[in-house]
Design a protein around this ligand. Sequence first.
Ligand code: ARG
Length: 257
Amino acid sequence: MCRPDFFTVTYAINPWMDPSAPTDPALALRQWEELRAAYERLGHRVSLIDPIEGMPDMVFAANGALVVDGLVYGARFANPERAAEGPAYLKWFADHGFPTMEATFTNEGEGDFLAMDDFILAGTGFRTDITAHKEAQEFLGKPVITLKLSDPRYYHLDTALFPLDGRNAAYYPGAFSDGSRRVLETLFPDAITADEEDAAVLGLNAVSDGRNIIINMEAVNLTNKLRDRGFSVIPVDLSELRKAGGGPKCCTLEIRP
Ligand code: ARG
């Protein structure tokens, strides 16, 4: 994770961001501390990268890289505003002894790549280029399945879908192209589907460890569905970070050793 020490909204690279609307950086920091504390209470270890002044979106660690089986595929950001984050995250991993690969093609790490047990789901349409899907597959040696995003509000795959565990997922069908929706129905016949209301509060930007799910507190319908399936749901308030288009998952880069 990356402390939001320099968080604010100074540019708009997705429909959630409005540089003319006020942000409350102190509140953003308190909300982020709550998220970090929630992970630690669950027994997860949280490592931190130093934030860089002038990089207000660096708090969204998910975008920094993709880590699968201890291999780190680096991010190459679509927008110049975030370009410097890619090398910063890759250096963190190299400094911590991980084998890394610098990407040739545009991709925003775990914003658009979500690892399942036997394959990786990969979004395209707004940020990550489909050529990066192939590059990641070749580097990581796991099948990468392309999914096309069709609604600019759900510009990263992790704003529209999250793995419930290594084999099943929850998603908002309205964020995907017709073909990709059919792919999802085939892959996940037992999926939990979310409605527009849940999606609009970034309820799909959740993090599951297979048993516990950390999710934006406003995603009430989805929370009920998850509890009905037996998950332990931990609602969090990340309203300030949502002003930049981010939620719990965006703040979290999962390190799979
Ligand atoms: N403002 C950031 C951007 O548009 C938000 C990134 C959210 N991260 C994510 N994993 N969806 O790039």
